[in-house]
Ligand binder design. Structure first.
Ligand SMILES: [Zn+2]
Ligand SMILES: [Zn+2]
Length: 252
């Protein structure tokens, strides 16, 4: 599981509705300390005794209370094996202590989990280019943010180089750096006030080609998507998404 931004109970409910057991979750990886990524963490880790892979900086600034035996180190480009999956963190540009995005892979398929980035840095571009599927932030529509009611400092924070990725920035990344084998693009972490799911879907579908485009909803779980190897043919479930807010992703 990557990030735990909703309560333990709500996570359980949404997993259940997808026919997924919490027993299949073997570890939690935390991208950064912002509340929308950790608010269910302590309860989930405790109840299911899950190891929590978290950077020293994120752990320190999260203030989260988790029993010490569950805490595991998280370092950039230091792969962690969880069952048949390998999870690799890599740095990102975001206004948090020690924030990371992730690549999750098995022997055939690579899935990127890339949210909360001010702009696509070299790490994002390099890793995105290799993905068979990506869970990518499309946080705001530039015009909606500009015309909206947020105070100027907040608008600047969001659109600054260490805030969030706009629809246009995400689209550019997709158009310029998608791999021929990118079969799925799940757009995520949409702002409630400065974006609209239909807008994002319409924008990206114009350029979808062979890639399945889906928008991860804020209020309920997103269906399970199956990602196959480089041929792009769907054969078996690899990625399963529980996505109440655009912050939480579960991978199996
Ligand atoms: Zn954040
Ligand atoms: Zn966030």
């Amino acid at each position: 599981m990557i990030d735990a931004g909703i309560s333990c109970r709500e996570t359980e409910k949404r997993m259940e509705r997808l026919g997924l057991s919490m027993q299949t979750v073997k570890a939690i990886f935390i991208s950064h300390e912002h509340t929308d990524h950790i608010s269910g963490l302590a309860a989930l880790a405790k109840k299911y005794q899950l190891p929590v892979y978290i950077s020293v900086g994120t752990h320190f600034y999260s203030g989260i209370q988790i029993e010490a035996s569950l805490i595991q180190p998280l370092l950039p480009y230091k792969p962690v094996m969880v069952g048949e999956l390998t999870v690799t963190a890599f740095p990102k540009l975001h206004d948090a202590a020690e924030p990371y995005s992730f690549i999750v892979n098995n022997s055939k398929v690579k899935v990127g989990v890339i949210t909360d980035i001010g702009k696509p840095c070299e790490h994002v571009i390099r890793n995105f280019k290799e993905c068979n599927a990506a869970f990518l932030e499309a946080n705001y529509d530039e015009e909606m943010l500009e015309q909206g009611g947020y105070p100027r400092h907040l608008k600047n924070r969001i659109s600054g180089g260490k805030g969030h990725l706009s629809n246009a920035q995400a689209l550019l990344l997709f158009r310029m750096h998608r791999a021929p084998h990118l079969s799925h693009l799940l757009l995520s972490h949409l702002s409630k006030n400065n974006n609209h799911p239909q807008l994002v879907e319409d924008l990206f579908k114009q350029y979808a080609g062979n890639t399945t485009i889906a928008v991860a909803g804020r209020y309920k779980e997103t269906p399970v998507y199956c990602v196959n190897d480089t041929s792009g043919i769907v054969v078996k479930p690899v990625i399963k998404v529980v996505k109440p807010r655009p912050e939480q992703l579960s991978l199996f």
